[in-house]
Design a protein around this ligand. Sequence first.
Ligand code: ADP
Length: 595
Amino acid sequence: MQPPRPALLRHALIAIFALAAIAAAGWLAYVLALDAGFARMQREANDRLALIASTFDATVARYRYLPAVLSLADPIRELYRRPNDAAAIAAANRYLQSLNQSARSAELYVLDSTGLALAASNFDQESSFVGHGYAFRGYFVDAMRSGEGHYYAVGATTGQPGYFLSHRITEGGKTLGVAVVKIDLSALEAEWARAGDLVAMEDENGVIFLASREDWKYRPLVPVPAARLAELNAVQQFGQAIDPAPVFVPKGNRQRIQIGHARGRGNIELGEYALQIRPGDQGWKLLLFSDVVDSRRNAATVAIAGMFALIASLLVVLVAYQRRQVVRAKLDAHDVLERRVAERTEELRRTMESLVQSAKLASLGQALAGVAHEINQPLAALITYLASSRVLLRRNEVDRAAENLDLMSSIAERMKALIDHLRTFARKETGTRSAVALAPVIDNAVRLLQYRIDHEQIEVERPAPAEPLYSLANPIRLEQVVVNLLSNAIDAMRESDRRVLRIALGSEGTRAMIEVGDTGAGIAPEHLKALFDPFFTTKETGEGLGLGLSISYGIVREFGGDILVDSAPGKGSTFKIVIPLMDIAPGAQRQEVQA
Ligand code: ADP
């Protein structure tokens, strides 16, 4: 068994656990939301890339067949036939110029088999291609070798970037030269920038040549080895040296998307981006950079919401737990209370019993003078009979002496019965109930007070009951009640001239009535309410405890009865004990009582 941990430590552990759970839940929510966000971003970026690529392809496709068309045109054929004829050159120049305008290409021009420009749409401009040699250009080389060429470059003559498409011109198996169309793609870049996309196009060497950001141009996507860089720079493809600073510094993958930091001019940090690449058919790659800040922010929002949800549910659990603790504490307190109440009740019961006993002994004490008298009279009679018996025996009058002995025996038996009853009455008993004949209870009580009744010259009225009445009660306790009422009545008549004690037993329906009436002082109306309260007394100190009526009332209540009072001050009072009658057959009653 572990020793119980101190509550503080337990609470601290719970708090740490709760914090850890909240943090873990937040982290998990963040990761899941970020993955979901990236997956969504990937789908969106793929769609966007497809759209951008198709726009690019469509732009280029418009011009794809232009060089081939050129090679079939009469003025161009004428030019190759008479390359030094001024009229043929002029006609070719005008043709190229007008076609360039209607096709809205950047430039159109034709080269001879050595790469020299014979005619061009910009023949009348300062930057005219006519007379310049382009044999070094990839589009020329490719077209001469394979019939077609395409190439992105910054114009050597114009300084303008463009996409060059070329087509070999042949006649009867003999190569005449190459027709070239230059396309301006800056409109596409402007469109990307306008749409707010971060888009770039990377050539087969890994160098960006088209971008929605001007400062990304002619820089590699990722670092290029120095030797390779030198080679590329030698070709002068972009009319300027390639800036070796990469535009993207990868830092990892998530959901198969590359994540990294984008860099602007002078390596300026642009933020964290997800890079998606779509290869094109020219060996070029379309690059789309998606800002991950939104995804991270969304994921953070989800994580915070998740943590709040968890905190809320933890709080709910905590409140429920606390409530349960409180309820348990209350239940415990309730248990303790109940136990105490039970203890107190038991204590009270014992106190009550000893009170009943004390009060009983007190009334017995009052009746003791009467008891002494009760015993004194038969004793005196016994002594008289003893003396006469002695005389009779001396005279040998045995028969009369025997009669005397019988009388003496019955007197001694009466005395014994009285003393037995006194002992029973004085004994402390638990108040068990049985069927009790009511008239003998009253007789016994009256007998205890007979001396006072005689001594104080009280006239007793005792209407005889019509039939025996029984109640379920404790005979001694019931007698104690009657003794109380009788002695109160006798006390009340101390100052009265006419002293009549009325003791009546009767029944009303299912209830028995024991009435004790007096012609005493009566009870003041203001005292009536307090009459049955413990320690209420109007008697001199030492004469009354004020417990008689309250205990009597308690006893009668236990028998399911009541005590009623009717009093007229100056005339007297009547106390009436009302208790349920016991409904048993007369034969059975008698048997039970005898038993
Ligand atoms: P105690 O007799 O010790 O005073 P009880 O409870 O028996 O206590 O009686 C309380 C009070 O009720 C008495 O002091 C008395 O004032 C009044 N009382 C009781 N019985 C009578 C009666 N028969 N007549 C007038 N007053 C009575």
